[in-house]
Structures are given as structure tokens and as C-alpha cells.
Design a binder for this molecule. Structure first.
Ligand code: HEM
Length: 113
């Protein structure tokens, strides 16, 4: 089993260079064959920050699904008092999950090396 997986290698001919000449047409297949796991290579405080954001993002991404459904249901049923009560939590959590999803993506692909 591979210990260190590098996204760039799957997407190119193996050189790691991302240019039109090195793009591998089978990249999607190779990526899936290797399980699609991409490791974060950063160390020190950036690693701690990355996993703090990743874990909180993952947990809240699960929690937000029923919250959105309940918020939506209460709104559509015109139970506005109850809708407001949960919407105060749903909205900021949903925003956090959305923003941290992009942050995790950027940290993994732009800062991880
Ligand atoms: C997931 C979907 C939704 C979210 C995240 C959401 C979020 C919110 C938020 C944050 C507020 C302000 C709460 C406050 O004042 O503290 C609010 C108020 C309100 N929402 Fe929604 N909402 C959603 C869907 C809906 C739907 C489907 C309806 C109606 C069809 C609706 C109708 C209203 C109304 C009328 C208020 C004002 C209630 C009041 O001030 O008494 N919402 N919503």
C-alpha cells in the first residue's frame, strides 16, 4: 500500500509537473484505483490547525443536514417562532461548514506541498 500519495502525480504523467504536455488522460482512473486518499503533508502548527478545521467541518457537516431539514419544514409550515429559534443556529453553522470546506480544500491542495 502506498504510504504517501500525491495528487499531482495522479493528475500527470508522474513527473509532478502540471502542464498540458504532462496531463494524463487516465488520471481519473489512476486516482480512483489508488483509493482517492490525499494526505496533508504540512507539519507543526499548520497541521494542528488543518485537523482542527477538518474535524469540526466534518462533524458539523453531519449535524447541519437534519438542522436544515427542520428549519425548512418549520418555515414552510409557517411555524415562524419555532423556525426562528432553530434558524439562529442553522444559519451560522451552515455558513461555517461552507467556508471551512473551501479552507480545507485550499489547505490540502495549495499549502500542503
Ligand atoms: C434552510 C432554510 C432556511 C434557513 C437557513 C433560514 C434562516 C432564517 C434566519 C437566520 C432567520 C432569522 C432568525 C432571527 O430573526 O433570528 C429566518 C427568519 C425567517 N424565515 Fe427563514 N430560513 C430558511 C427557510 C425558510 C422558509 C422555507 C421560509 C418560509 C417559506 C422561511 C421564512 C422565514 C420568516 C417568515 C422569517 C421571519 C420570522 C420572524 O421574524 O418571526 N424561512 N430564517
Amino acid at each position: 500500500m502506498l504510504k504517501t500519495l500525491d495528487y499531482r502525480i495522479f493528475m500527470t504523467d508522474g513527473s509532478g509537473d502540471v502542464t498540458p504536455d504532462t496531463l494524463n488522460p487516465d488520471s481519473a482512473c489512476a486516482f480512483l484505483e489508488h483509493g482517492g486518499i490525499i494526505y496533508f503533508h504540512g507539519t507543526g502548527w499548520i497541521r494542528a490547525l488543518y485537523f482542527t478545521i477538518l474535524i469540526s467541518h466534518t462533524i458539523l457537516a453531519i449535524v447541519i443536514v437534519p438542522m436544515v431539514l427542520i428549519t425548512l419544514t418549520r418555515g414552510l409550515r409557517e411555524q415562524f417562532e419555532r423556525h426562528r429559534a432553530i434558524a439562529r443556529w442553522t444559519f451560522p453553522i451552515w455558513l461555517y461548514v461552507s467556508v471551512t470546506g473551501v479552507v480545507v480544500y485550499l489547505m490540502l491542495f495549495q499549502m500542503s506541498g
